[in-house]
Design a protein around this ligand. Sequence first.
Ligand SMILES: C[S@@+](CC[C@H](N)C(=O)[O-])C[C@H]1O[C@@H](n2cnc3c(N)ncnc32)[C@H](O)[C@@H]1O
Length: 359
Amino acid sequence: MTASGHPTDGADGPDGLPTDGAGGPGGLDGLLGIANGMWAAQTLTAALDLGVFSALAATDGLTAAEAAGLLGIPARPAEVLLTACAALGLLTGVDGRYRNTAAAGQYLVRGGPDYLGDYITMLRDHTTPGWLRVTEALRSDTPSRWKPEQQDRIFDAENRTTAFWDGLYPLSVLTGRALAAAVDLGGSTRLLDVGGGGGGFDIEFCRRHPQLRATVYDLPFVCAYAEKRIAAAGLAERIGTHPGDFFEEPELPGGHDAILLSLILHDWDEPRNRALLAKCHRALPAGGLLVISELLVDDAKTGPLDAALMSMNMVVGTWGRNYTAAEYGEWLRDAGFSDIRTVPFTAPGANGAVIARKA
Ligand SMILES: C[S@@+](CC[C@H](N)C(=O)[O-])C[C@H]1O[C@@H](n2cnc3c(N)ncnc32)[C@H](O)[C@@H]1O
């Protein structure tokens, strides 16, 4: 496995188990690391719940006993938790005092501009219950997170509470910032963000390009949520919302020369995606730009790991999967787009954008 989480050559070790990629004795460790991966995730989530990183940020390091007092938990679990966080690389421990690493300080301290804690707790609360029944989802080709007796659709106000969009928002902002740096919208004047969620991408694009205005097009209850985020960012004059349903409505809102689809197509199957891309094509003027931002699976369908596991997450929660750039390219060509190319970039919620123009 590489540091980015991408699989390496897939060679087997002498015991027939996956190696660490260098042919070293990582096979059994690697396998057990996969088997108990939930332990690491839940250690991080518990540390967030208890406010470990926020408590440490306000100090010059704490002993386990001091942390126990501040966190309000007994000494034994406090020491165990801090040891585990240090072993996971989230804390340093020098001379018996624990401190946040740089990444923990940036992403795990509540109130910071890049705080990811809401995303991490959303994974626990929203996605993990479905993951515990992932085999069922694979057998039935039906999302295990979906409750058909309560929901007629996978995106509804009752079962996806604002905690889902609260969780997604910091990921959108970080990904939107990277996408805006990788894909130049300097020549566009109006962006339509189809399924734009909380508007994080629009906020980042508009911050970068003073000429740009944007519209978040999403279900009515999500637009109401986005309006609060947009107002808090001070961009209500430039970013509007358009409540609607991109499957039910025959056409997308017009008057935009660029369209963004971020983490939309991985929710749906090929026929629905092809229909949506055809709507995007009809909604754009000649020369209009379409941007698909996703964790793209490589064309050989062997990874990368983050895209492959997000695709599993789509089997758990949606009717889609993560697709390859080649699959998107074929659908885009069939929908009438040209100048199709892939722009790779690095971000938590995407590894590339497939962009295309309407001739
Ligand atoms: C995975 S989220 C992605 C949100 C955002 N684009 C991002 O990357 O953070 C999918 C979004 O599609 C929206 N959506 C799902 N079905 C929709 C529909 N039929 N019409 C409009 N929006 C829809 C959801 O409400 C949600 O905000």
